[in-house]
Each structure stands twice: as C-alpha cells, then as structure tokens.
Design a protein around this ligand. Structure first.
Ligand code: NIG
Ligand code: FE
Length: 375
C-alpha cells in the first residue's frame, strides 16, 4: 500500500472538532483515505511526496444539490428576469421538452462537462437529480445515466406536473409505477413543494411512498415563499430541506429541533433577484447548514461552490469558516455521509489545494479561480 505525504501546507482545514485548522500542516493518504494529519514537522515517512507549495488544503466541496441531467439552456429567461420578469416554476417544462428530445450521449456529455467544471472549482462529490423527464421512461433514463456519474442520485419525478397530464393522475403515477421503476437507480426521493408545483399534502404522499420504497427523503421548500414544506421535511426525517429562502420562526425552531439539514442555494437568489436566505439566523439557532450550487439551466446555472461561499459570506451573514464548513461538512451531512467533507483519519482523501495561503481567500477573492489541484 503506497503512502503519499502532502506537506508544506500553510494551512490544512480538517474540520476535526479538536483541531479544525492546522497551520504548517501535512497529511498522509493511503488507498484513497487519510491515514495521518498533523504538523509537517511531525510527519511520518511515506513512499511518495507532494509538495503543497505553501498553499492551503481544504476538504473537497460536497455539492449536495444539482440537476445535471438536462439539455439546452434558458439564457433568454435569465435575461428577461434581469429586465424585471419574475421567476416561475413553469420554465422547467421547457427544459423537459429539450431533455426528452436529447440522446443519451448528449445528456451524458452535458452532465460530464458540468462535472468537469465543478471539479476544476474544487467539488469532489456531487448529487444529481432527475426531474426533466417526467415520464417513466425519461425519469428512469435520467437516473440510469446519472448513476454512471455519482452514487448520490435523486428521483425528482415530482418536479412539476408535465403538460397533458392531470395533477391527480400524475401524483398517482409518481407514487406508483414511476417510483417503482426509478427506485433501483436512486438513493433519494425529492419533491418540489412550492406554489406551481406540488402541495404539502401531495409532497407528504410522494415522500412517504419513496421512504416506504427504501429511499431517503429530501425536499425543495421555501424557495418562492414560506410554506409548511419545511416542517414536513423535519417531520418526515428528511436528510435535507433545500432553498429555505423564506422561513417562519416556527420553521427555524423545527429545523433546530430536528435532524434535517437546511441547504441554502444562493446561486438561485443571484439568478432570480430574490432576497438571499438568512444563514446567520439558522446557524445562530443551531441548525446544520449546507451550501450547494443547485446547478440547473433555469434558476441557477452555476457549477461554482466558491461563488456560493462568497455569496454566503457577503450576503448571508456567515463567516468565511462557517461558509466553507457548510460547503464541505454541511454538504456531507445533507447526504448523511461521514466519510467526506472532512480531512480526518479514515475519511476519503478528497483534498483541494488552493492557490492561496488560507481558505479565507475563497470569499476574500471572489470570482478568482483559486483551485490549484484536486487530489
Ligand atoms: O431547484 N426549484 C426547483 N427546481 C430547480 C429549478 C429548476 C428550473 O428552473 O429548471 C431549483 O431551483
Ligand atoms: Fe433544485
């Protein structure tokens, strides 16, 4: 078993509660796992060495919310929004049409291109949702292709009701035959619980059916206004409730008392001109917060977690460390994973070397490509 030493790190962010940040640090990896971390002066001998070059090392980003299985784009909608048009859930149906028309090769090539963008910006784990197929065959196809790219696949048949199908009929399909066909390719089930998509009662039915089929639950809620979807997520023990842009005090209390992560997606607020979610309020209440890209062609066409970190610091009240933590450890918690999002002994050695002496530069130097190398 070859041991590789990464040393000469000005700083290493481990997220170990005992020692979350080590200066003048080193790390040893073996078989893809971290086998030692500490001060460079104490580093054990190893077979190979990577010179950190005085850079900062951080855990790879865990992007726990993306919609990469799609075709086409909606730049015209973005342009119209920037001229004053509101965002509406209906735009999703345009992407559904284009996605159905695309070949497997086109869908895979588009998702692979976006994952390469993500990787170049420090993301080492990505969750991918279906939701632009909305027929049994198209949803199964999206998940089958997504499975080739990640283990973290999410069945989002309940994205919107497709054209030409009644609402009731479609909810029955999602809870029945579509779920049955998709479950073998999915780890998670998700619902867009929002005006224009699915009600709280429908969301409860769909999520419960998914949980009964052995999937973990995640929910889109609170994107366009306050909704009982946030408390539904907590009540059902969902791993994560995503967006959380609009929250009541009761929602914050429920999140603080439960095990559901609040995943914030500031690329959406950037791209829809909505107010940013109040991350400070959530962290102060003791809620576990994650940050993710929500990469999709409608509400947030960014693959950049560093952009989300910079927005969380500048617009959402987080400190640079809290934002980095949300994009790594928080994302891991949102996927119920303890092997990623941290650099402690036994964790996966997903390490990002920054062209910077400290992680603070991720927010301090917004828009600058700071990822030197992803290990
Ligand atoms: O997370 N909110 C629902 N789904 C996406 C938007 C998808 C789209 O507009 O195409 C989101 O923001
Ligand atoms: Fe989303």
């Amino acid at each position: 078993m070859t041991a590789t030493l990464v040393d000469n790190l000005a700083q290493l962010v481990t997220h170990d509660p005992e020692r979350p940040i080590i200066t003048n640090a080193a790390l040893v990896m073996q078989n893809g796992l971290v086998s030692w971390v500490g001060e460079a002066a104490d580093a054990p001998a190893a077979d190979d060495r990577i010179d950190g070059g005085g850079r900062a090392g951080i855990p790879g980003f865990v992007d726990s919310h993306s919609h990469l299985m799609f075709a086409g784009d909606r730049a015209d909608e973005f342009e119209a929004r920037m001229a004053g048009q509101p965002y509406a859930a209906g735009g999703i149906r345009r992407t559904v049409r284009l996605t159905r028309e695309a070949s497997d090769e086109q869908l895979l090539a588009n998702a692979t291109r976006l994952i390469a963008e993500m990787r170049a910006q420090g993301t080492t784990t990505v969750e991918i949702k279906s939701g632009y197929g909305l027929t049994i065959d198209d949803e199964v196809r999206a998940l089958r292709l997504a499975r080739q790219l990640t283990d973290e696949t999410t069945f989002l048949g309940a994205h919107v009701v497709p054209e030409g199908v009644s609402h009731e009929e479609y909810v029955d399909l999602v809870c029945g035959e579509m779920l049955e066909a998709c479950a073998p390719y999915a780890k998670w089930i998700d619902v867009f619980c929002e005006t224009g998509a699915f009600t709280v009662d429908e969301s409860r039915r769909i999520l419960t059916a998914g949980i009964d089929a052995g999937l973990g639950a995640r929910v889109h809620a609170g994107q366009l206004g306050e909704s009982d979807g946030v408390r539904l997520a907590v009540e059902l023990g969902a791993a994560s409730v995503d967006h959380c842009t609009y929250l009541s005090s009761a929602d914050v209390d429920a999140l603080a008392g439960g095990s559901t992560v609040a995943t914030l997606l500031p690329g959406v607020e950037f791209s829809t001109r909505h107010p940013y979610p109040d991350a400070r309020r959530l962290v102060d209440a003791g809620v576990t917060v994650a940050l993710a890209s929500d990469c999709n062609p409608g509400s947030s066409y960014t693959s950049s977690v560093p952009l989300c970190i910079a927005l969380a610091v500048r617009e959402m009240g987080l400190t640079p460390y809290e934002a980095l933590r949300a994009a790594t450890l928080g994302g891991a918690a949102a996927l119920r994973r303890d092997d990623i999002g941290r650099l402690t002994v036994g964790a996966r050695a997903d390490i990002v070397l920054l062209d910077a002496p400290t992680y603070v530069h991720l927010a301090y130097r917004p828009g600058v490509p700071l990822v030197h190398r992803v290990l």
